[in-house]
Design a protein around this ligand. Sequence first.
Ligand SMILES: [Zn+2]
Length: 340
Amino acid sequence: MGIPRLIASATTVLLLTGCGGGLSPPVEELVGSSSPAPASGDQQPPVAAVRPADVRANELGVVPVLMYHRIIAKPSSVYDRTPADFRAELERLARTDYVPITTADFVTGKIDIPAGKHPVVLTFDDGDPSTFALGQDGEPAKGTAVRILQEVAAANPGFRPVASFYINADPFGGGAAGREALAWLHGHGFEIGNHTYGHTNLSSVSDGEARQDIARGDEAIRQALPGYRPTTLALPFGARSGTDGLVLRGTGYDYAGALLVGANPAPSPYSVDFDPEAIPRIRSQGADGEEAKYGSTVWLDELEADPGGRYTSDGDPKVISYPEGTGSPAERFAARAVAY
Ligand SMILES: [Zn+2]
């Protein structure tokens, strides 16, 4: 199978510069063991609306969580993509049956997409104005990531214009424009997540400072969006604090998931392999150049070459369908999981 092979090759130590910093160590094993779903007492197992085998459903399969930073005409780092490249990547995702969902829906297991489709999570770090700004007409400005996403969604029915934005202090240029940008995104189904207030490397500060910067970022989002609470965090530089659980829960914040920087598809949230504290992402990137084998173009090729390993929906959000022998459901989802 393509996926484990490529993961095994990704154990090289990676050194990168720029916002993302060093890629995180790859997840060792995404597909899981071969034990079937545990029996759920004397309850009747749920039944999927379509026959899972007909759509080759695998809801324990892996999910690409794509990571973007700036969408600019003249890239100056491996974290930048041009508007044309970004559009082409979205068109590829639409053409190959992916449906965007937010990180919040992904980590909480609310994956409600049609049978035979694959979830993809689009994430944007740092609140850069090239990803979102409002034009004079109050609509997303031409050439921004959100405008391009809207255009691709309009041309591809079923491809949802949703994404997750991870912000620091003063996002999208800051001030009134920044607050208006956040309100527009929140009002249009986009997720606003925390990227810490000061873009702090949480592995290089004390636990107290780490907690403080996470809580401060959370508070800034809640102040900008009254009534809203962020539920996910993207770790600056992909760097975790040394203390288990610190990034998910503390005074002033409570998250269902924390995102890393690299370097492979994420386990299904229903799988025993899913770790909410360390969800891997894939950097959006072409097929050539530095670290391209950990980038989105190569990974999307790999997922297409090994369709059995990726998450494919059975169309019924209540039932978790998977081919017998391909993975193990997490205990909290075992009652909903059905092997076929
Ligand atoms: Zn960042």
